[in-house]
Design a protein around this ligand. Sequence first.
Ligand code: BES
Ligand code: MN
Ligand code: ZN
Length: 498
Amino acid sequence: MLDLRFARAVPRSATVVALAVAKAAAPEDDAESDETGDLDVLGTPPAGVDADELAAFLREVEHKGKAGSVQTWVRPLQPVTRLLLAGVGTGDEAGWRSAGAALARKAKGEERLAVLLPPDCGEAEVRGLAEGLWLASYRFSLTSDDDDGPKLRWVTLVTGAEASVADALETARTAARMTMLARDLTNTPSDRKTPEWMARQLVREARDLTGVTVTVRDPAQLAAEGFGGVLAVGGGSASGPRFVEISWRPRGAKRHVVLVGKGITFDTGGVCIKTRDGMKLMRKDMGGGAAVAAATFGAAARRLPVRITALVPLAENMVSGAAMRPGDVIRHYGGITTEVRNTDAEGRLILADALQYAVRRLRPDVLVDLATLTGAQSVALGKRTAALFSDNEALAEELTAAGADAGERMWRLPLHDDYTEALDGDDTDLVNSTEIGGGAMMAALFLRAFTGDYRDRWAHLDMSAPAWSDKTDGDLSKGATGWGVRTLLRWLETQAAS
Ligand code: BES
Ligand code: MN
Ligand code: ZN
């Protein structure tokens, strides 16, 4: 992880690149206009630079301050060899996040960067900037030499007001570190990433966190306790399924949150097999599980006073002589039965067990699940927007707000009660797939059938498309995004406070 720390002055040895930050004109101004807005230069001059000279230089600069746009100046003033001017837009957290990400990418060829913070720089600005810097410098590589060129290693945030923003840097550090953990897990190829391997990684990550316990159920234990969905989906794989339960139980916590995350380590579709193109990226199908685990670890690392249980059912959906078939009947944890109509609608089958386990055994205050559940999610909302489902207005608003602050967008879709009859089985309680369209909502309605008396305290996030990015862009690197970790951490902060 990039070394990011505060200093009161630009370190002499370290300064390869210095920076000042520009703020765009007011939001009501036409953003597309070619006019240069009033440049508001926020940074303080580095030592050895004459303030008047800097001011004169900046007066000549044409920079619209657009968030994430960076200008590079070579030897603009003695003794600065390179100066980057980064726009922060209107100066909100998202603008600072874009600036941080753009700086990390522009300064890639340098080892050390000093960022001059404005004197009135607050928590949101530091949090955004630091998250952007950290996340944009994320890399995942399995190359033989493990050397993909020069790398930015040290960033100094220059400020005289470190005390007031030190917490913000630590908050951002945890969010970034846990997002990167989720990215690493999700990027890992599925030959390595078996359910057992995933469980082992989660156990290992929890080892250094006091107060966190992790229990892993193997197939024998799952059979003994009746986790029929997890066993059916995992039955076709040479690598048996697991069920991971992570618990963070701080003293004095008033609320108990249960997070459930889909952990399909690879989804071929099973006997109802996907197309070649359709399964290309299906190693990402545990992105929800990675996100809820990472968020729980992050909350524990920050000692947030809220009890959290994360449940991650893990299975590989494969084709084999032992795989489940269409027409098979599953008896889920707790007894609800489902006829398998489509073996590719496997995520809901493992989540059903976990949701029933949550409501029967854990009795939480609130229940949230994250899953790469349907292709229909991206048809409805595209690549960068998750689908949110909940019958609880307040919970829906809280999650949406947390996502907006975190830079992870979601949009609420309906749960129409009259559609549920399409899920009725002929001789089972439910079927796992229908042919009436509305795929993302139908999947959500299926899950809702397993929330029992928690129906109004439950939310479901379908993050199928946002879990992955086709290109490097802003704080996202090509590949796994770690979607949900930052949203959940923000939301958990509010849960700890209530
Ligand atoms: N893991 C997929 C959903 C998915 C698709 C995630 C594309 C990310 C990108 C899920 O298990 C699945 O296959 N869903 C089916 C459900 C259908 C068979 C009812 C789908 O969406 O096609
Ligand atoms: Mn599937
Ligand atoms: Zn799947």
